[in-house]
Design a protein around this ligand. Structure first.
Ligand code: SAM
Length: 341
Protein backbone atom coordinates (compact mmCIF):
# COMPACT_ATOMS: atom_id res chain seq x y z
CA UNK A 1 0.00 0.00 0.00
CA UNK A 2 1.34 3.39 -1.01
CA UNK A 3 0.32 6.95 -0.24
CA UNK A 4 -1.04 8.42 -3.45
CA UNK A 5 -1.93 12.00 -4.25
CA UNK A 6 -4.63 12.96 -6.77
CA UNK A 7 -4.92 16.30 -8.53
CA UNK A 8 -8.58 17.26 -8.96
CA UNK A 9 -9.86 19.38 -11.83
CA UNK A 10 -10.17 23.08 -11.05
CA UNK A 11 -13.33 23.17 -13.20
CA UNK A 12 -15.53 21.50 -10.54
CA UNK A 13 -13.37 20.63 -7.49
CA UNK A 14 -16.31 19.54 -5.29
CA UNK A 15 -17.73 17.32 -8.02
CA UNK A 16 -14.23 15.97 -8.73
CA UNK A 17 -13.77 15.08 -5.06
CA UNK A 18 -17.11 13.23 -5.02
CA UNK A 19 -16.10 11.43 -8.19
CA UNK A 20 -12.82 10.37 -6.58
CA UNK A 21 -14.64 9.08 -3.47
CA UNK A 22 -17.10 7.16 -5.67
CA UNK A 23 -14.40 5.53 -7.80
CA UNK A 24 -12.38 4.48 -4.75
CA UNK A 25 -15.60 2.95 -3.38
CA UNK A 26 -16.16 1.08 -6.68
CA UNK A 27 -12.55 -0.18 -6.62
CA UNK A 28 -12.98 -1.38 -3.02
CA UNK A 29 -10.34 1.03 -1.65
CA UNK A 30 -11.32 1.73 1.96
CA UNK A 31 -8.59 4.22 2.87
CA UNK A 32 -9.46 7.46 4.59
CA UNK A 33 -9.00 10.42 2.26
CA UNK A 34 -7.31 13.63 3.30
CA UNK A 35 -7.96 16.82 1.40
CA UNK A 36 -5.08 19.19 2.10
CA UNK A 37 -6.27 21.58 -0.63
CA UNK A 38 -9.55 21.87 -2.59
CA UNK A 39 -7.78 20.35 -5.62
CA UNK A 40 -5.68 17.67 -3.87
CA UNK A 41 -6.62 14.35 -2.24
CA UNK A 42 -4.30 11.99 -0.36
CA UNK A 43 -5.18 8.34 0.22
CA UNK A 44 -3.61 4.88 0.53
CA UNK A 45 -3.96 2.43 -2.35
CA UNK A 46 -1.72 0.40 -4.63
CA UNK A 47 -0.32 1.78 -7.90
CA UNK A 48 -2.70 -0.25 -10.01
CA UNK A 49 -5.69 1.19 -8.14
CA UNK A 50 -4.24 4.68 -8.66
CA UNK A 51 -3.97 4.05 -12.41
CA UNK A 52 -7.52 2.61 -12.54
CA UNK A 53 -8.84 5.67 -10.71
CA UNK A 54 -7.47 7.98 -13.40
CA UNK A 55 -8.57 5.77 -16.30
CA UNK A 56 -12.17 5.81 -15.02
CA UNK A 57 -12.36 9.44 -13.98
CA UNK A 58 -13.50 12.60 -15.73
CA UNK A 59 -12.28 15.18 -13.24
CA UNK A 60 -9.24 13.52 -11.62
CA UNK A 61 -6.37 14.90 -13.66
CA UNK A 62 -3.45 12.95 -12.29
CA UNK A 63 -2.35 10.49 -9.61
CA UNK A 64 1.20 10.42 -8.26
CA UNK A 65 2.97 8.48 -5.55
CA UNK A 66 3.45 10.89 -2.64
CA UNK A 67 7.06 10.33 -1.53
CA UNK A 68 7.54 13.81 -0.18
CA UNK A 69 5.02 15.64 1.99
CA UNK A 70 6.59 18.45 3.97
CA UNK A 71 6.15 22.08 4.95
CA UNK A 72 7.58 24.36 2.30
CA UNK A 73 10.05 25.77 4.84
CA UNK A 74 11.45 22.26 5.54
CA UNK A 75 11.79 21.49 1.84
CA UNK A 76 13.76 24.67 1.37
CA UNK A 77 16.02 23.60 4.26
CA UNK A 78 16.42 19.81 3.88
CA UNK A 79 13.43 17.62 2.87
CA UNK A 80 13.36 13.84 3.07
CA UNK A 81 11.77 11.86 0.20
CA UNK A 82 10.70 8.35 1.23
CA UNK A 83 11.93 5.29 -0.63
CA UNK A 84 10.01 4.65 -3.87
CA UNK A 85 10.08 1.62 -6.18
CA UNK A 86 9.38 3.84 -9.17
CA UNK A 87 12.28 6.18 -8.44
CA UNK A 88 14.65 3.34 -7.53
CA UNK A 89 14.00 1.63 -10.90
CA UNK A 90 14.14 4.78 -13.05
CA UNK A 91 17.22 5.85 -15.02
CA UNK A 92 16.42 9.52 -15.34
CA UNK A 93 13.80 11.97 -14.07
CA UNK A 94 12.42 15.47 -14.45
CA UNK A 95 10.21 17.46 -12.09
CA UNK A 96 7.10 19.39 -13.12
CA UNK A 97 5.72 21.74 -10.48
CA UNK A 98 2.03 22.63 -10.19
CA UNK A 99 1.34 25.73 -8.10
CA UNK A 100 -1.98 25.57 -6.29
CA UNK A 101 -3.51 29.01 -5.74
CA UNK A 102 -1.24 31.43 -3.93
CA UNK A 103 1.89 29.25 -3.55
CA UNK A 104 4.70 31.61 -2.51
CA UNK A 105 7.44 30.25 -4.81
CA UNK A 106 7.64 30.02 -8.60
CA UNK A 107 7.26 26.74 -10.49
CA UNK A 108 10.86 26.95 -11.62
CA UNK A 109 12.11 27.39 -8.06
CA UNK A 110 9.93 24.47 -6.87
CA UNK A 111 11.21 22.23 -9.67
CA UNK A 112 14.82 23.02 -8.74
CA UNK A 113 14.29 22.45 -5.01
CA UNK A 114 12.44 19.16 -5.40
CA UNK A 115 14.85 18.01 -8.15
CA UNK A 116 17.82 18.59 -5.84
CA UNK A 117 16.18 16.64 -3.00
CA UNK A 118 15.36 13.68 -5.24
CA UNK A 119 18.86 13.69 -6.68
CA UNK A 120 20.30 13.61 -3.15
CA UNK A 121 18.07 10.71 -2.08
CA UNK A 122 18.57 8.75 -5.36
CA UNK A 123 22.10 9.65 -6.54
CA UNK A 124 21.99 7.13 -9.44
CA UNK A 125 19.24 9.15 -11.19
CA UNK A 126 20.17 11.46 -14.05
CA UNK A 127 18.19 14.62 -14.66
CA UNK A 128 16.76 14.59 -18.20
CA UNK A 129 14.42 17.47 -18.89
CA UNK A 130 13.49 16.49 -22.46
CA UNK A 131 12.62 12.78 -22.21
CA UNK A 132 13.03 11.42 -18.69
CA UNK A 133 12.23 7.79 -17.94
CA UNK A 134 10.13 9.09 -15.02
CA UNK A 135 8.18 12.31 -14.47
CA UNK A 136 7.93 13.59 -10.93
CA UNK A 137 5.22 16.09 -10.02
CA UNK A 138 5.45 18.59 -7.19
CA UNK A 139 2.25 20.21 -5.94
CA UNK A 140 3.01 23.44 -4.13
CA UNK A 141 0.35 24.92 -1.85
CA UNK A 142 0.67 28.06 0.27
CA UNK A 143 2.81 26.27 2.88
CA UNK A 144 3.27 22.63 1.86
CA UNK A 145 4.93 20.52 -0.85
CA UNK A 146 3.66 17.12 -2.02
CA UNK A 147 5.84 15.39 -4.59
CA UNK A 148 6.46 12.02 -6.19
CA UNK A 149 6.55 10.01 -9.41
CA UNK A 150 3.48 10.32 -11.65
CA UNK A 151 1.47 7.08 -11.72
CA UNK A 152 -1.09 8.10 -14.35
CA UNK A 153 -2.53 11.14 -16.16
CA UNK A 154 -6.03 11.74 -17.52
CA UNK A 155 -6.46 10.95 -21.23
CA UNK A 156 -8.05 14.26 -22.28
CA UNK A 157 -7.80 13.23 -25.95
CA UNK A 158 -10.34 10.43 -25.50
CA UNK A 159 -12.95 12.84 -24.12
CA UNK A 160 -12.18 15.29 -26.91
CA UNK A 161 -12.82 12.59 -29.55
CA UNK A 162 -16.23 11.84 -28.04
CA UNK A 163 -17.44 15.47 -27.90
CA UNK A 164 -21.02 15.81 -29.22
CA UNK A 165 -19.85 17.59 -32.40
CA UNK A 166 -17.53 14.72 -33.32
CA UNK A 167 -20.15 11.96 -33.22
CA UNK A 168 -22.05 10.91 -36.35
CA UNK A 169 -25.45 11.79 -34.83
CA UNK A 170 -25.68 15.26 -33.29
CA UNK A 171 -28.30 17.16 -31.32
CA UNK A 172 -27.96 20.50 -29.49
CA UNK A 173 -29.14 19.00 -26.19
CA UNK A 174 -26.21 16.55 -25.96
CA UNK A 175 -24.19 16.44 -22.77
CA UNK A 176 -20.40 16.78 -22.68
CA UNK A 177 -18.69 13.42 -22.18
CA UNK A 178 -16.77 14.42 -19.05
CA UNK A 179 -19.91 15.38 -17.15
CA UNK A 180 -21.63 12.20 -18.38
CA UNK A 181 -18.65 10.11 -17.25
CA UNK A 182 -18.57 11.74 -13.83
CA UNK A 183 -22.31 11.17 -13.34
CA UNK A 184 -21.86 7.48 -14.19
CA UNK A 185 -19.10 7.23 -11.58
CA UNK A 186 -21.29 8.91 -8.94
CA UNK A 187 -23.77 6.03 -9.37
CA UNK A 188 -21.21 3.73 -7.66
CA UNK A 189 -22.20 0.60 -9.60
CA UNK A 190 -19.91 -2.42 -9.36
CA UNK A 191 -18.09 -3.32 -12.61
CA UNK A 192 -20.34 -5.27 -14.99
CA UNK A 193 -23.55 -3.96 -13.38
CA UNK A 194 -26.66 -2.54 -15.10
CA UNK A 195 -27.46 1.14 -15.54
CA UNK A 196 -30.58 2.72 -17.04
CA UNK A 197 -30.70 6.10 -18.80
CA UNK A 198 -34.42 6.80 -19.37
CA UNK A 199 -33.76 10.02 -21.37
CA UNK A 200 -30.90 8.78 -23.54
CA UNK A 201 -30.90 11.42 -26.31
CA UNK A 202 -27.74 11.09 -28.41
CA UNK A 203 -26.28 8.59 -25.94
CA UNK A 204 -23.67 10.60 -24.00
CA UNK A 205 -24.35 8.76 -20.75
CA UNK A 206 -24.69 5.26 -22.30
CA UNK A 207 -21.42 5.78 -24.24
CA UNK A 208 -19.42 6.70 -21.13
CA UNK A 209 -21.04 3.94 -19.06
CA UNK A 210 -20.41 1.29 -21.73
CA UNK A 211 -16.76 2.37 -21.94
CA UNK A 212 -16.51 1.66 -18.21
CA UNK A 213 -17.78 -1.88 -18.79
CA UNK A 214 -21.40 -1.46 -17.68
CA UNK A 215 -24.51 -2.89 -19.33
CA UNK A 216 -27.03 -0.28 -20.36
CA UNK A 217 -30.72 0.23 -20.96
CA UNK A 218 -31.14 3.46 -22.95
CA UNK A 219 -34.72 4.75 -23.40
CA UNK A 220 -35.60 7.55 -25.82
CA UNK A 221 -39.08 8.77 -26.75
CA UNK A 222 -38.38 9.95 -30.29
CA UNK A 223 -37.60 7.19 -32.75
CA UNK A 224 -35.24 9.29 -34.90
CA UNK A 225 -33.21 10.23 -31.81
CA UNK A 226 -33.19 6.61 -30.60
CA UNK A 227 -31.80 5.58 -34.03
CA UNK A 228 -29.19 8.33 -33.72
CA UNK A 229 -28.23 7.10 -30.25
CA UNK A 230 -27.66 3.61 -31.63
CA UNK A 231 -25.63 5.06 -34.48
CA UNK A 232 -23.38 6.86 -32.01
CA UNK A 233 -22.93 3.73 -29.91
CA UNK A 234 -22.00 1.75 -33.05
CA UNK A 235 -19.48 4.45 -33.99
CA UNK A 236 -17.57 3.64 -30.78
CA UNK A 237 -18.16 -0.15 -31.06
CA UNK A 238 -20.39 -0.14 -27.94
CA UNK A 239 -23.71 -1.38 -29.37
CA UNK A 240 -23.42 -4.83 -27.75
CA UNK A 241 -23.47 -3.53 -24.19
CA UNK A 242 -26.50 -1.25 -24.68
CA UNK A 243 -30.17 -1.98 -25.35
CA UNK A 244 -31.59 1.12 -27.03
CA UNK A 245 -35.36 1.21 -26.58
CA UNK A 246 -37.71 3.67 -28.23
CA UNK A 247 -40.18 4.24 -25.41
CA UNK A 248 -41.45 6.39 -22.58
CA UNK A 249 -39.27 7.02 -19.52
CA UNK A 250 -42.32 6.91 -17.24
CA UNK A 251 -43.05 3.32 -18.31
CA UNK A 252 -39.68 1.58 -18.71
CA UNK A 253 -40.39 -1.73 -20.46
CA UNK A 254 -38.19 -3.81 -18.15
CA UNK A 255 -38.87 -6.97 -16.26
CA UNK A 256 -35.74 -7.23 -14.13
CA UNK A 257 -33.91 -4.75 -11.96
CA UNK A 258 -31.05 -2.41 -12.72
CA UNK A 259 -28.36 -1.26 -10.28
CA UNK A 260 -28.66 2.50 -10.86
CA UNK A 261 -30.17 5.21 -13.04
CA UNK A 262 -28.06 7.99 -14.55
CA UNK A 263 -29.89 10.54 -16.63
CA UNK A 264 -30.17 14.01 -18.11
CA UNK A 265 -33.92 14.74 -18.48
CA UNK A 266 -35.38 17.34 -20.85
CA UNK A 267 -35.22 20.78 -19.25
CA UNK A 268 -36.62 23.31 -21.74
CA UNK A 269 -38.76 26.09 -20.25
CA UNK A 270 -41.74 25.42 -22.48
CA UNK A 271 -41.32 21.70 -22.76
CA UNK A 272 -44.58 19.79 -22.57
CA UNK A 273 -44.30 16.15 -23.46
CA UNK A 274 -47.05 13.71 -24.23
CA UNK A 275 -49.60 16.10 -22.72
CA UNK A 276 -47.65 16.24 -19.43
CA UNK A 277 -46.01 19.15 -17.70
CA UNK A 278 -42.29 18.82 -17.13
CA UNK A 279 -42.62 18.31 -13.36
CA UNK A 280 -45.12 15.48 -13.93
CA UNK A 281 -42.73 13.84 -16.36
CA UNK A 282 -39.94 14.06 -13.77
CA UNK A 283 -42.03 12.73 -10.90
CA UNK A 284 -43.52 9.86 -12.89
CA UNK A 285 -40.08 8.90 -14.21
CA UNK A 286 -38.33 9.01 -10.82
CA UNK A 287 -41.18 7.00 -9.32
CA UNK A 288 -40.79 4.35 -12.04
CA UNK A 289 -37.02 4.27 -11.50
CA UNK A 290 -37.36 3.77 -7.73
CA UNK A 291 -39.31 0.57 -8.48
CA UNK A 292 -36.45 -0.76 -10.64
CA UNK A 293 -33.66 -0.18 -8.11
CA UNK A 294 -32.40 -2.32 -5.23
CA UNK A 295 -32.16 -0.84 -1.70
CA UNK A 296 -29.37 1.75 -1.74
CA UNK A 297 -29.47 1.96 -5.56
CA UNK A 298 -28.64 5.44 -6.83
CA UNK A 299 -30.34 7.90 -9.15
CA UNK A 300 -27.89 10.43 -10.57
CA UNK A 301 -29.60 13.18 -12.51
CA UNK A 302 -28.97 16.67 -13.83
CA UNK A 303 -31.76 19.14 -13.00
CA UNK A 304 -32.33 22.62 -14.44
CA UNK A 305 -31.55 24.84 -11.43
CA UNK A 306 -34.05 27.55 -12.21
CA UNK A 307 -36.94 25.09 -12.49
CA UNK A 308 -36.40 22.27 -10.01
CA UNK A 309 -34.91 21.96 -6.56
CA UNK A 310 -33.14 18.67 -5.70
CA UNK A 311 -35.99 18.03 -3.22
CA UNK A 312 -38.00 16.74 -6.17
CA UNK A 313 -36.10 13.46 -5.63
CA UNK A 314 -37.37 13.19 -2.07
CA UNK A 315 -41.01 13.43 -3.26
CA UNK A 316 -40.64 9.89 -4.63
CA UNK A 317 -38.90 8.60 -1.51
CA UNK A 318 -35.26 9.00 -2.57
CA UNK A 319 -32.74 10.08 0.04
CA UNK A 320 -30.67 13.00 -1.27
CA UNK A 321 -26.98 12.11 -0.97
CA UNK A 322 -25.35 15.13 -2.60
CA UNK A 323 -25.98 18.03 -4.99
CA UNK A 324 -23.55 20.02 -7.17
CA UNK A 325 -24.49 23.16 -9.14
CA UNK A 326 -22.70 23.15 -12.52
CA UNK A 327 -22.52 26.17 -14.81
CA UNK A 328 -23.03 24.74 -18.30
CA UNK A 329 -22.84 28.14 -20.04
CA UNK A 330 -23.76 31.72 -19.18
CA UNK A 331 -27.53 31.17 -19.28
CA UNK A 332 -27.69 27.65 -17.92
CA UNK A 333 -26.90 26.16 -14.55
CA UNK A 334 -27.74 22.57 -13.80
CA UNK A 335 -27.64 20.76 -10.50
CA UNK A 336 -26.15 17.30 -10.50
CA UNK A 337 -28.14 15.43 -7.85
CA UNK A 338 -27.47 12.04 -6.35
CA UNK A 339 -30.31 10.27 -4.60
CA UNK A 340 -30.57 6.74 -3.23
CA UNK A 341 -33.48 4.41 -2.47
C1 SAM B 1 -31.67 16.65 -22.35
S1 SAM B 1 -31.99 15.43 -23.57
C2 SAM B 1 -30.83 14.17 -23.19
C3 SAM B 1 -29.51 14.47 -23.77
C4 SAM B 1 -28.55 13.33 -23.64
N1 SAM B 1 -28.02 13.22 -22.32
C5 SAM B 1 -27.44 13.50 -24.67
O1 SAM B 1 -26.30 13.74 -24.26
O2 SAM B 1 -27.73 13.46 -25.85
C6 SAM B 1 -33.49 14.69 -23.08
C7 SAM B 1 -34.00 13.62 -24.03
O3 SAM B 1 -35.14 13.01 -23.45
C8 SAM B 1 -36.04 12.69 -24.50
N2 SAM B 1 -37.38 12.54 -23.90
C9 SAM B 1 -38.31 13.50 -23.66
N3 SAM B 1 -39.40 12.97 -23.08
C10 SAM B 1 -39.17 11.64 -22.95
C11 SAM B 1 -39.90 10.56 -22.40
N4 SAM B 1 -41.13 10.72 -21.89
N5 SAM B 1 -39.34 9.34 -22.43
C12 SAM B 1 -38.12 9.13 -22.95
N6 SAM B 1 -37.37 10.13 -23.50
C13 SAM B 1 -37.88 11.37 -23.49
C14 SAM B 1 -35.91 13.84 -25.46
O4 SAM B 1 -36.35 13.45 -26.76
C15 SAM B 1 -34.41 14.13 -25.38
O5 SAM B 1 -33.72 13.43 -26.39
Amino acid sequence: MTTLIAQLSGEHPALAYSELQSILHILGVTSTIERPHSRLALFNANMDEGAQLVSRAAYVKMVAECVLSAPLSDVCAKGDPRWSDLLARAESFAVRAVRMGDAPISSMMAERLVGALIKRAYPHLRVNLSSPSLWVVAFITRDQVYAGPIVSRLDAKGFEERRPGRRPFRHPSAMMPRLARCMVNLARVRPGGWIIDPFAGTGSIPIEAALLGYNLVAIELKSWIARGCLRNLKHFGLENSTQVICGDATRPPLRGRVDAAVTDPPYGRSTQLGGRELHELYLETFEALVNLLPKGGRVVTALPKERFAPEILSYVGLKIIETHPIRVHSGLTRIVCVGAT
